[in-house]
Design a protein around this ligand. Structure first.
Ligand SMILES: C[S@@+](CC[C@H](N)C(=O)[O-])C[C@H]1O[C@@H](n2cnc3c(N)ncnc32)[C@H](O)[C@@H]1O
Length: 387
């Protein structure tokens, strides 16, 4: 039977996520702000969770109704046959998001929906699921617009950027699905070299290596749908095995993904994360300053997330680093496509290169840009501008 789903993603990556879902065989793929609607069988949701590199969550649409006030909302949520969807011994969490909802309090709307779900269980089964906000088995999401409430069950559980390989708590790593989205926007493919010369914990290189290894990002984790009534263990094992059978253990012609960082601790973390993600043979890691490291040959894609700061002293320090970074790129990276992801909109002006593309993206609440430059040999005309 065909079901409707909504896959959320970092804002700015909707087009790339739509392409991914298309390739997975989804139908009715429609990009919206912050995600993509699509249709397919329930097993498609399992595969999207396992295989999507860009989605944050995959939500299964279980009902919708017009509403005007809390009473309508309660009735709409109470009308859904929750006991058919999950067992009452599963713990529950409800989340509500709203755009132009007439309701005064989203907190109260959340309580209303939670009560309606629990009332339905109590009336039919004589028991109510208990609430667990931290590690719920089942997550109900409601999206309220001006007139309509749509209800979803979350098939992902923990957000999908948590692949399961990150070993330590790190300072400001990129989210894994954002890194995968940057690789898609940079149009990198595994048949060309990739370099992240400011790799931090290695997120970009590891996501690239997962692509090169044809390794599904969710192979080592569990998902929310495993707690839903329709979950069928043997079918899921078959889907996972099919994904495992595609894995390439090592690159045919040696590593063509390169990661480096000036910090020894970052290099160590990158090694540990690569080993945990089981893709170490795909990436060559080195300790090097981007200002004087050599470019690998042949030319390929340089994709990095340079340091950026909001404090004045940090901003000043970066204003000194960026022009030197621009010089290093111009003198040693002729022929490369360089993509820099940053929240610092002064970057093109400060590095003295004119971007051929600038893609707005959001890193959580922070508005950022992916600036794409093509480095050509010889003196470059500098026409930098902000934004
Ligand atoms: C914003 S972090 C990158 C985070 C990374 N994308 C991740 O997901 O973990 C910027 C990195 O640039 C490194 N860095 C700063 N200046 C550098 C330089 N001159 N050469 C090389 N690396 C540098 C820092 O050590 C830091 O790890």
């Amino acid at each position: 039977m065909t079901e409707r789903f909504f896959a959320s993603c970092p804002r700015g990556l909707e087009g790339e996520l739509a392409r991914e879902l298309d390739a997975l065989g989804a139908s009715g793929v429609v990009a919206a702000e912050g995600g993509v609607g699509f249709a397919g069988e329930l097993t498609l949701a399992c595969r999207a969770n396992l295989e999507s590199r860009i989605a944050s969550r995959v939500l299964w649409r279980v009902g919708a109704a017009a509403y005007r006030d809390e009473r309508d909302l309660h009735a709409a949520a109470r009308a859904i046959d929750w006991p058919r969807l999950f067992r009452p011994d599963r713990t529950l969490r409800v989340d509500v998001a709203a755009t132009r909802s007439p309701l005064g309090s989203l907190g109260f709307a959340t309580l209303t929906i939670k009560d309606a779900v629990c009332d339905r269980f109590r009336d039919e089964r004589g028991v109510r699921p208990s609430i667990d906000k931290r590690e719920p088995d089942v997550r109900v999401h409601a999206h309220l617009t001006e007139r309509e409430a749509t209800f979803y069950l979350d098939t992902s559980g923990e957000a999908l950027f948590k692949r399961g390989w990150r070993r330590s708590r790190e300072i400001a790593p990129l989210r894994e699905n954002l890194a995968a989205g940057l690789l898609a926007l940079a149009k990198w493919t595994p048949d060309e070299p990739l370099l992240d010369p400011m790799c931090g914990s290695g997120t970009i290189a590891i996501e690239a290596a997962l692509i090169a290894a044809r390794r599904a990002p969710g192979l080592t984790r569990s998902f929310g749908f495993q707690k839903l009534a329709w979950y069928d263990g043997p079918t899921w094992q078959r889907i996972r095995q099919a994904a495992r059978d595609r894995i390439v253990e090592a690159p045919a012609g040696g590593a063509s993904i390169f990661a480096s960082d000036a910090s020894a601790a970052a290099v160590e973390r990158t090694h540990a994360n690569l080993a945990a993600a089981e893709v170490a043979p795909f990436v060559e890691v080195a300790r090097a300053d981007v200002l004087d490291r050599a470019a690998p040959a042949p030319a390929g894609v340089l994709l990095a997330n340079p340091p950026y700061g909001v404090r004045v002293d940090e901003a000043d320090r970066l204003a000194a680093l960026y022009p030197r970074l621009g010089d290093a790129l111009k003198s040693r990276f002729a022929g490369w496509r360089v993509c820099l992801f940053t929240g610092d909109l002064r970057l093109p002006r400060l590095i003295g290169l004119k971007p051929e593309r600038r893609t707005p993206l959001w890193n959580g609440a922070l508005e950022c840009r992916l600036y794409a430059f093509r480095i050509v040999a010889g003196p470059m005309r500098v026409r930098g501008s902000g934004g």
